[in-house]
Design a protein around this ligand. Structure first.
Ligand code: HEM
Length: 528
């Protein structure tokens, strides 16, 4: 059975049949003379309504439409209701939709036509009721078809909006994807994503650059197979297991990776569980920074610093050795000449004494230099502050006596026991006391006290003070004393800092004070 057209379906619904067609045809013949009047009234009524009238472009158009309406009325009463008829009505409907005619005017306008035509039918000598019914049916059918255009246009608009929305959504998605891709690719860091099985699912441009692998070569491969190397700390892949197993959500680790050409690179990775963020199967996302070159640079600069320090030390040492050697050389030549000339024993003895003194100075210098250059770590034992102070004072006593300097040992009222290397502590105190005695004053005071977490020791003299406030007195080979090696204070400083203590100095003419703070417990922090 052929499928029913829409028009056939409407016709069936309003029950418009061949008898109606005949009746309408007969009616048309009778009504024809009145049709121009109806058309006139139709447009007059529209003219009365501002909104309805506003859809027209001018009087000329109205005149034309009046004629069109007469034609339409003839067609309606023409008795031929086929597909061509339907097509024409559908066109009129679409014209109205196109000009933006509100739907309600269709209903009211059709009511007007209906009233006029029924009035004519009522005047028919025969078949008036049946003709009325036929008129109602055909006008309903007209209305149905014309209104269909509104529905079609409405559906069309909705579909168009939906299409536009889909297009917009697609555009937005494409844009978001573009931004995401650009962010990942231009980030300048390695970005790698792993799926649940630990396979590589994301591999950005920087990752390609650092590893030498093309994306296609590694996608889908196990991270552990391609990029992870055991560098003694365990492979990155092993350590990642915790994150993959969900035990941790974030892990920062430094690990080695092997590039495509077999080179090893150090990378600092930050691994994050991707959680619910939609990253297309990526459950673990890592950013990585290749720090290989950075580390090599740091190592080179540390090496350079070490070399520079050794150079400075060597220069200082050479200078210190040359002086006594020159002195000794001078006196050996003198001895030689004296022996040749048979000079007095006294003069020769004096020369040998100078040579011997210079050699002792050299030996002393070498010992101190080794002390400084190869320090032993302090051997920490419970140490008595009072004992260390008294021992140092006793040791400096002879030097103090011959320099006519009075040394006062100001110990705390009760002894303090703290963790220190007692022999090194004595060395520190002795160094400072000796310096103080030789500083050119007449009184030296060694003072020791206990603080809440530290032992404080002060060595004070009343000499003329340091030449300048910022003299590098703790640097190796800096010395203001005639015959000093310039290592005493450098060694003192090192011993104090080896004990995690601090030493500083304040100096003005008549009062120079070295202040030491040593922690009571070696676990404690800096002085305070
Ligand atoms: C039962 C109601 C109506 C019928 C049967 C009817 C019939 C027609 C016909 C036959 C045309 C000509 C279509 C074509 O160009 O092929 C038309 C166009 C038009 N009608 Fe109606 N009409 C009706 C209601 C209205 C109403 C209420 C208004 C205004 C308030 C109106 C305004 C127009 C306009 C502006 C045009 C377009 C003319 C153009 O394209 O220049 N119509 N109508």
């Amino acid at each position: 059975m052929p499928t029913e057209t829409r028009f056939q379906e409407i016709k069936r619904y309003v029950r418009l049949d061949e008898r109606d067609a005949d009746l309408l045809r007969a009616f048309g013949a009778v009504a024809e003379p009145e049709l121009p009047r109806i058309a006139r009234e139709f447009y007059d009524r529209i003219r009365e309504h501002e909104d309805a009238h506003s859809v027209f472009t001018g009087e000329e158009q109205i005149q034309r439409l009046q004629r069109s309406l007469v034609g339409w009325l003839k067609r309606v009463c023409g008795g031929v209701y086929d597909e061509a008829y339907h097509a024409q009505t559908a066109i009129i409907g679409r014209v109205h939709v196109r000009i933006g005619l509100p739907q309600r005017y269709m209903l009211t306008a059709m009511a007007l036509i209906r009233v006029e035509l029924l009035r004519i039918a009522d005047r028919l000598p025969s078949d008036a009721p049946a003709t009325r019914e036929a008129l109602v049916r055909i006008l309903d059918l007209e209305l149905a078809v014309m209104l269909e255009a509104y529905k079609d246009s409405y559906v069309e608009r909705i579909e168009q909006a939906a299409r536009q929305e889909t297009r917009d959504l697609g555009d937005a998605l494409a844009q978001a994807e573009q931004r995401y891709v650009a962010a990942v690719e231009l980030a300048g860091v390695i970005i790698v994503g792993l799926d649940r099985e630990g396979h590589i699912a994301l591999f950005n441009h920087e990752a390609e650059q650092v590893t030498g692998y093309a994306r296609d070569e590694v996608l889908g491969k196990a991270f552990s197979d391609v990029l992870s190397v055991d560098d003694g700390r365990g492979t990155a892949a092993e350590r990642l297991e915790q994150v993959l197993a969900g035990e941790r959500t974030r892990l920062v680790l430094e690990a080695c990776l092997r590039t495509r050409s077999g080179k090893l690179r150090d990378v600092i990775w930050t691994w994050n569980a991707a959680g619910t963020v939609g990253l297309g199967g990526v459950v673990l996302l890592a950013t990585g920074r290749d720090v290989t070159d950075e580390k090599a640079r740091d190592e080179r600069s540390r090496q350079n610093e070490r070399l520079a320090a050794i150079g400075t030390l060597a220069a200082g040492l050479a200078h210190e050795i040359r002086n006594p050697l020159n002195g000794a050389q001078l006196h050996v030549s003198f001895l030689e000449r004296a022996i040749k000339r048979n000079q007095t024993e006294q003069e020769m003895l004096e020369a040998t004494r100078v040579v011997s003194d210079e050699i002792k100075r050299l030996a002393n210098l070498v010992t101190e230099f080794l002390d400084f250059a190869r320090p032993r770590p302090p051997e920490l034992r419970p140490t008595s502050l009072v004992k260390a102070m008294e021992h140092a004072c006793a040791l400096v006593e002879p030097a103090a006596l011959s320099a006519h300097v009075e040394v006062t040992c100001d110990v705390p009222s009760s002894d303090v026991e703290f963790q220190a290397d007692s022999s090194k502590l004595t060395q520190v105190l002795l160094n400072l006391l000796k310096n103080a005695v030789e500083a050119g004053g007449s009184a030296v005071r060694l003072r020791g006290r206990r603080g809440p977490r530290h032992v404080f020791i002060d060595v004070e003299d009343d000499g003329p003070g340091l030449p300048t406030a910022d003299a590098p007195i703790f640097d190796a080979f800096y010395s203001t004393k005639e015959g000093g090696t310039g290592l005493g204070l450098a060694i003192t400083h090192r011993i104090v800092t080896d004990h995690r203590g601090t030493i500083d100095v304040s100096s003005r003419p008549g009062k120079t004070n070295f202040h030491i703070a040593l922690p009571l417990e070696q676990g404690a922090g800096a002085a305070g």
